[in-house]
Structure formats: structure tokens, C-alpha cells
Design a protein around this ligand. Structure first.
Ligand code: BJW
Length: 248
């Protein structure tokens, strides 16, 4: 007998459009620290909100660039975990699947997810801070941050900082998917940062079954139909297997 509610398994099996929102918690078991975790080592005296902001970059571009260089190396050496792979498996079972991630670490794509929306950008891409155009490959010059080869402005990571708009197409696609889905999973996010945190609320208002997967309570927990407490790397594979048992 499955440890999951039968109605939840039925909702998953019958889902026409499964919409998934992920946050930093989904990569925690890959060794990528979440934002609410204390930062370690050199970065322990900073808060992420004091580094992931245009004002921080304007005041101290070197410090912000170096924080991202450290995180970029960490993300590059991390490997997708069972939660990432369970989402790849889910995508195979439902007629329509949309995965919107707030993570910039590229682990969903590396695991094999196909229908993927990156709401907050990607740490492995670099853009010009003035022209906003992508710069590839990242110049390896002596300046920190390196300079735009075209206009000389400092380069920055292609991520969305506090107070900046999300990429328009990504935001519109995620909003439409949330409004259209019949099951919504909100996984490993504190549900505190908008507009991403509004997506499960939109799904709720559209009548979808909303499921939260998180070891801790969040502002979404009370409104979600199901709040599954525990690490995503354990719950997601078990949930996928229970909903779609492998053929004997
Ligand atoms: C596990 C686990 C395990 C642990 N398994 N779970 C409406 C209301 C109020 C405020 C606003 C609003 N609209 C906009 C705002 C302002 C602001 C905002 O939301 N502020 C809040 C703090 C209140 N939003 C913005 O500024 C956004 N921009 C915007 O709205 O622009 C409007 C605009 C329009 C037109 C012109 C100009 C502007 C932008 C937000 C960008 C956020 N950027 C960051 C950095 C990205 C780059 C980088 O990575 O460095 O995104 S901040 C950071 O927070 C990052 C994350 O993606 C995001 C969300 O964090 P997340 O993923 O939820 O992580 P944590 O750490 O918070 O939580 C982890 C969770 O995992 C926890 O719950 C754990 O329990 C759990 N967990 N282990 C499962 N094993």
C-alpha cells in the first residue's frame, strides 16, 4: 500500500497538464546551498539579498562577480540528484508538462528535462551590464569583472536580481501554464519571492490540485491541497513510482 493519498495519485495519473515550480531546495541534495541557508566560508558575512541586487553590483562589482564565480564553479561541479531525475520521469508520463524553475544552476537541463522555463536566468551565461547582450565565451581578461568586448562595460551573470523584471517570455509562458494546469507541484521553494511565488496561487485559483514538497512550512503550505514534508530527493522518486509503478 502506497504511503501517498490515493486521491493524489489519481490526480497525477489523470493530469492533462502538470505544472511544476522548483526552487533552491530541489538542488540542496546536489550540494548547492539554498538562499535561506547560512552562506559558508568566505561568504558567511553576506546575505544573498545584499549580493543578488543591482545596487550591490553597482557598489562593488568585483565582490558580486567573485560571489557568482564561486557559485558558478559549485554549480558546474554539482550533479543532478534523484529529485531532478524524478521530474524527467514525470514528464514522460503526462500529456503536457511544464517545469518552471527559479534555479540558475542548469541541473534540470543536465538531468534531461525538456519543457523547461528558467525564470531567474542561468548562472553559466554572461551578459553585458549595459547592453544586456550575451557575451560568449566569457572573456578571461585581468579585469574583475571582465569587460564587454564591444562597449567596455563590466560583464555580469545572466540572472535576475531583486528589483529586476523577469524575462518577459519566460514569465508569460509560466503564467499561462499555471493558469492552465490541473495539477501543480511546488517543490523546494520558500514561496517568498515574487512573481514566482504567485504561480501556485494562480494554479489554485484556476482550480488545480496544488501539492507542496518541502521539509519546512511555507506561506503556501496552508493553501496547498497536499503538503508533503521531507526532502525532494526522497519524496519525488517515491511519488513518481507510486503514481506510475514500473511495469513488472
Ligand atoms: C528543500 C530541501 C530539500 C531545503 N528538498 N526542499 C510582491 C510582493 C512582495 C514583494 C514583491 C512582489 N513583487 C516583487 C517583489 C519584490 C521582489 C520580492 O519578491 N521580494 C521578496 C523578498 C518579498 N521580487 C523581485 O524583485 C523580482 N522582480 C520583480 O518583481 O520585478 C518587477 C519589475 C517589473 C518591471 C520593471 C522592474 C521590476 C525579482 C526576483 C529575483 C530573485 N532573484 C534571486 C537571485 C537569482 C540569481 C541567483 O541565483 O543568484 O532568485 S533571489 C533568490 O530567491 C533566487 C531564488 O530563485 C529566489 C527564491 O528562492 P528559493 O528558490 O525559494 O530558495 P530559498 O532558499 O528561499 O528556499 C529554499 C527552500 O527549500 C526552503 O523552503 C527549504 O525548506 C527548502 N528545502 N532543502 C526540498 N532537500
Amino acid at each position: 500500500m502506497s504511503k501517498f493519498d490515493q486521491q493524489l495519485l489519481k490526480a497525477l495519473r489523470n493530469a492533462r497538464h502538470l505544472f511544476v515550480l522548483t526552487g533552491a531546495g530541489v538542488s540542496a541534495e546536489s550540494g548547492v546551498p539554498t538562499f535561506r541557508d547560512a552562506m559558508s566560508g568566505l561568504w558567511a558575512r553576506f546575505r544573498p539579498e545584499d549580493l543578488a541586487a543591482p545596487e550591490a553590483f553597482a557598489a562593488n562589482p568585483k565582490r558580486v562577480w567573485e560571489w557568482y564565480a564561486w557559485r558558478r564553479r559549485l554549480c558546474a561541479s554539482a550533479k543532478p540528484n534523484p529529485a531532478h531525475y524524478a521530474l524527467v520521469e514525470m514528464e514522460r508520463h503526462v500529456p503536457r508538462f511544464t517545469l518552471a524553475t527559479q534555479n540558475v544552476d542548469d541541473l534540470h537541463r543536465r538531468a534531461g528535462s525538456r519543457s523547461l522555463i528558467e525564470l531567474h536566468g542561468n548562472i553559466h551565461r554572461t551578459i553585458c551590464s549595459r547592453e544586456r547582450k550575451r557575451v560568449e565565451p566569457r572573456p578571461q581578461d585581468r579585469d574583475v569583472p571582465p569587460r564587454c568586448p564591444n562597449c567596455g562595460a563590466p560583464l555580469r551573470p545572466d540572472v535576475v536580481w531583486f528589483g529586476e523584471p523577469l524575462p518577459e517570455a519566460a514569465q508569460q509562458e509560466a503564467l499561462a501554464a499555471a493558469a492552465d494546469c490541473d495539477v501543480c507541484l511546488s517543490i523546494g521553494t520558500s514561496s517568498a519571492v515574487y512573481p514566482a511565488a504567485a504561480l501556485p496561487e494562480i494554479a489554485l485559483e484556476a482550480g488545480a490540485t496544488v501539492v507542496e514538497i518541502n521539509p519546512a512550512e511555507t506561506p503556501l503550505s496552508r493553501r496547498a491541497r497536499y503538503a508533503l514534508r521531507g526532502p525532494a530527493g526522497e519524496i519525488l522518486p517515491a511519488l513518481t513510482q507510486a503514481a506510475w509503478p514500473p511495469a513488472c
